[in-house]
Design a protein around this ligand. Structure first.
Ligand SMILES: CC(C)(COP(=O)(O)OP(=O)(O)OC[C@H]1O[C@@H](n2cnc3c(N)ncnc32)[C@H](O)[C@@H]1OP(=O)(O)O)[C@@H](O)C(=O)NCCC(=O)NCCS
Length: 194
């Protein structure tokens, strides 16, 4: 099996949506985003089709198994923080929970990074059938290498599952919040490497 990283385009939106829904499947994420047709359509249109690209520094990466042609993981990297536009949530989502989660994440990002130059890992997901094979590390290292070339910090907001991967790669936790019982989201920074 050969796994390669490429830049994703809007033609990958449907595949990336399936990976997103399969990977983010814990009770918190399922409460925000139940497996309904409108959630699926919303994710394809709003998260992955590139139409809402806010900056030329945003980049969507995908990992493809070149033997099967299947896409199995994705990451979205940004250079610096770009305040979220007003979001429209899918009809069957828990809109209050979405606002709380994404709003708090954005507030923490603003408070902790301000206008300091940095790379931001906005999204990372690996299909459950391909987890534990180093794909998250590969997508993470892609951005870390760029941050190191520019000697800037890296910021991300980590799910409980992501924490060990980030800790292994030099991230420290600065703060956290709990949007849902039993779920803790961590604000993590990797210092600039000189
Ligand atoms: C978190 C996630 C991205 C990790 O992807 P992955 O491809 O399985 O991770 P990797 O195989 O690159 O693992 C990286 C390292 O972290 C370790 N690790 C991964 N998951 C772990 C876990 N649940 N507990 C302990 N260690 C873990 C691995 O052992 C590996 O260490 P090593 O390099 O020393 O072998 C994946 O589980 C996922 O998509 N989860 C659901 C969505 C999510 O939470 N995304 C992160 C958003 S911030």
């Amino acid at each position: 099996m050969t796994l390669e990283i490429h830049e994703a385009t809007s033609s990958d939106a449907a595949d990336l949506t399936e990976i997103f829904l399969a990977a983010f499947s814990d009770p918190f994420n399922r409460t925000m985003f139940p497996l309904t047709p409108d959630v699926r359509a919303w994710a394809t249109e709003n998260l992955f089709n590139g139409k809402n690209k806010e900056s030329e520094h945003e980049i969507f990466l995908k990992v493809t198994d070149t033997d099967s042609g299947e896409t199995v993981a994705f990451a979205k990297w940004d250079r610096d923080r770009h305040p979220e536009e007003v979001r429209v949530w899918p009809i069957s989502s828990d809109k209050g929970l979405c606002e709380l989660f994404f709003g708090t994440m954005e507030d923490h990002h603003h408070r902790l990074m301000g206008d300091r130059p940095h790379y931001y890992l906005e999204m990372l997901g690996v299909h459950p059938s391909h987890q534990g094979r180093g794909l998250a590390s590969k997508l993470l290292k892609w951005g870390l290498a760029r941050a190191d070339e520019e000697s800037v910090e890296v910021y991300l907001s980590s799910s409980p599952e992501g924490k060990p991967v980030y800790q292994k790669n030099g991230f420290e936790s600065l703060d956290s919040f709990s949007p849902f019982p039993g779920y803790e989201q961590l604000d993590m920074i990797r210092p600039a490497q000189h």
